[in-house]
Design a protein around this ligand. Structure first.
Ligand code: SF4
Ligand code: SF4
Length: 301
């Protein structure tokens, strides 16, 4: 079973459009499993029309809590907390849950064992069924941390499902950017497809995100979205990729039909056979060749 992650250095490049189209095209030929690793703003479900089968809490970490019955107001916890998360109350001390980082220093230092570390639900994750295969996705609650941990969980669940069902491919719609969730999404993948726009910032973002995938030894391919809006920049991006030995597997033209398809809740390749769909079908053929060639296996060691 192979694992493919679709990435972009920032949001709004068309990453999910590409991911949904590849999910559609791949599912016509192979049993696949899908994972939406953009846990801060999951939107693959907008075009896959998933039916939820399971819902599970995601425990992001622990926060300190003080039992006022046991607290003797000695102030030790406030003195050891480096995040100013402990407030002196009238009788007992209290924890400011918004400031607490869960380091547990107070827990270990309290002489009266008045502090416990309580698990905190930071989000939910789901297993859903779609017309293209099972989808694992999640929702991280607002202001919660540990999105990288939730990305890893979603990926693991998708991989386990794939192994259980003898799927041939896991398609991961990665989070945008280059932060912790992207690192989590990239680790262990067989191939990364970078979706980039033909802009100065797009090229800059591509260079930065490739630093991440290169670090994890994940081979990269690039697709230039809306390439016809700035052919010169698209050529510059292609030259940058060529200089690094990275193959550009497609140039997708700009077309309002993509938005139309999204409004209808469909991947563009399931909505129309126009130029955009043709470009995406070409991308899938290139990806398939790379994913299932011996070359990828050798590079993964
Ligand atoms: S260290 Fe323990 S007993 Fe002292 S103020 Fe903090 S919670 Fe209360
Ligand atoms: S767990 Fe750490 S951050 Fe939270 S209140 Fe205790 S010492 Fe402060």
């Amino acid at each position: 079973m192979k694992q493919l992650v679709i990435l972009s250095g920032k949001g709004g490049t068309g990453k999910t459009t590409v991911a949904a189209a590849l999910a559609h095209l791949a599912s016509e030929e192979l049993p696949i499993v899908l994972a939406d690793a953009d846990v801060d703003a999951a939107n693959l479900e907008l075009v896959l029309d998933p039916v939820k089968q399971e819902e599970h809490p995601f425990i992001g970490g622990k926060l300190a809590a003080i039992d006022p019955e046991l607290c003797t107001a000695c102030g030790v916890c406030a003195s050891v907390c480096r995040f100013d998360a402990i407030i002196a109350g009238d009788v007992a001390y209290q924890v400011d849950s918004l400031a607490c980082e869960g380091c547990a220093s107070c827990f270990y230092q309290c002489p009266d064992e008045a502090i416990c570390m309580e698990e905190q639900q930071a989000g939910v994750w789901f297993r859903s069924e779609t017309r293209f295969g099972p989808l694992f996705h999640a929702h991280l609650f607002a202001g919660q941390e540990n999105s990288g941990k939730l990305v890893t969980l979603v990926k693991q669940q998708a991989r386990l499902r794939g192994l259980d069902t003898d799927a041939k491919l896991v398609v991961v719609d990665g989070p945008p950017g280059i932060g912790c969730p992207v690192i989590s999404a990239s680790a262990g993948m067989d191939l990364a497809l970078h979706v980039v726009e033909p802009t100065v910032s797009g090229a800059h973002d591509l260079e930065r995100i490739m630093g991440t995938t290169d670090h994890f030894g994940v081979p990269s391919l690039v697709v230039i979205n809306k390439a016809d809006l700035n052919p010169k920049r698209a050529d510059d991006t292609a030259a940058f990729c060529a200089a690094r030995g990275i193959e550009v597997v497609g140039r997708i033209p700009y077309d309002n039909i993509v938005t139309e398809a999204m409004v209808q809740g469909l991947p563009v390749t399931a909505y129309t056979d126009g130029a955009v769909s043709a470009a995406l079908r070409h991308v899938w053929v290139q990806m398939k060749a790379r994913l299932f060639s011996d070359d990828v296996s050798r590079r993964k060691g």
